[in-house]
Ligand binder design. Sequence first.
Ligand code: FES
Length: 144
Amino acid sequence: MDRQEYIEYLLDHFQNPRNRGRMEGADVQLGGGNPGCGDLITMYLKIDDDRVSEVSFEGEGCTISQAGGSIVTELIEGLTLDEIKELGTHTMKEEMGDDVVKSRVRCATLALGTVQAAIDQYRKDRTLAALSQDAKGLKVTFEN
Ligand code: FES
């Protein structure tokens, strides 16, 4: 895509966002913000077998951050959590173009950074839940 095509692509995602809205029953949801401007995004994920089966977002902010939310939802649906963790600024450059990402990197990576933090949160919660199950099992063993 050339520069103009990237801009039209971004505007289309901003004006006609894909997968926008709150998700009931998400396995994990996380809000992220850009402290520099106060713009916000919340990412919602359903995860089956370490793979994203459903994703949505909602937020308030600049064109690039909110178009980024829409683009990221399309990008990550069906990917494994490990695959999503490997994405980065280079991915957003492919999606939005070098110029946009270079000049507005915080806006361009807000959604992706938030979804990656949501995955960390999901993994941490699962580890804690597994540990607490183990602890219950130990208690039962001990009491018997
Ligand atoms: Fe706030 Fe873009 S100006 S995220």
